[in-house]
Design a protein around this ligand. Structure first.
Ligand code: PRP
Length: 219
């Protein structure tokens, strides 16, 4: 891979990284250090000029929007929440699939039919606000940073908006999924300015990953 500019790719620890690394490796981009053991947040890759930064999931879009990273791999859930300004969504990487859903205590309804209000705990406040507004409900939003499933159990909220993968976390906490908001997978995003100023290098990486996704999904 002949990259002519310095390119930074923002990645996120956890399940997205687990699936993103083999995909990047299949196009020749591999971290020069073991990300599981290294505490470094920026590592060089095996492709000269290409570095990898490891961020929290919600920060990938921020780094790419501001051009601190040229490319990023982020869940569609984070992108929906963050909004698309300054970011070009280049590719559906078809990894880390899951669903963004509302959920609540099993056997109970969500909103208070008399007031059309619902208390919603979530880290996806923008997505949740839009979703309930579309239904004509007023959502009292409570921003949480994790363990959303706990909120209805503790009387903090009627419903949550969260990622559902296997559904195990909900089930084990006496909750059930209710409405699907969006099907989620990880996307390759590009800073809009990098798309112009580093076009050749960005294009090489985007095209290589597009081919890798196609051959993986048609295999
Ligand atoms: C997500 C989500 C749920 C869980 C759902 O959390 O917030 O808690 O996964 O998965 P399941 O349907 O397979 O049980 P994650 O582990 O990604 O950590 P987070 O709390 O940082 O989002």
């Amino acid at each position: 891979m002949n990259i002519q500019h310095d390119i930074t790719i923002a990645l996120t620890k956890g399940r997205i990284l687990k699936e993103a690394l083999p995909l990047l490796a299949s196009v020749g981009i591999e971290p020069q250090e073991d990300l599981d053991t290294s505490r470094k947040l920026i590592v060089k890759s095996t492709v000269p000029g290409v570095s990898l930064v490891i961020l929290r999931g919600s920060d990938v879009a921020t780094y790419v929007r501001h051009g601190a990273a040229d490319l990023g791999v982020a869940g569609k859930d984070m992108l929906l929440e963050a909004g698309g300004a300054g970011i070009y969504e280049a590719l559906d990487l078809k990894i880390a699939p899951c669903r963004l859903m509302t959920a609540g205590p099993e056997g109970l309804g969500g909103d208070d039919a008399s007031t059309r209000r619902v208390r919603v705990a979530t880290k996806f406040v923008n997505v949740a606000r839009a979703h309930y507004a579309k239904k004509g409900l007023h959502a009292d939003l409570i921003k949480l940073y994790g363990s959303m499933e706990l909120a209805p159990l503790m009387g903090l909220a009627d419903e949550i908006v969260d990622i559902v993968d296997t559904g195990k976390t909900l089930a084990e906490n006496g909750m059930a999924p209710r409405e699907l908001i969006a099907d989620i997978s990880s996307r390759l995003i590009v800073n809009k300015a990098s798309m112009r100023t580093r076009h050749r290098s960005v294009r090489i990486i985007v095209d290589a990953l597009a081919d890798a996704v196609t051959s993986k999904t048609s295999a």
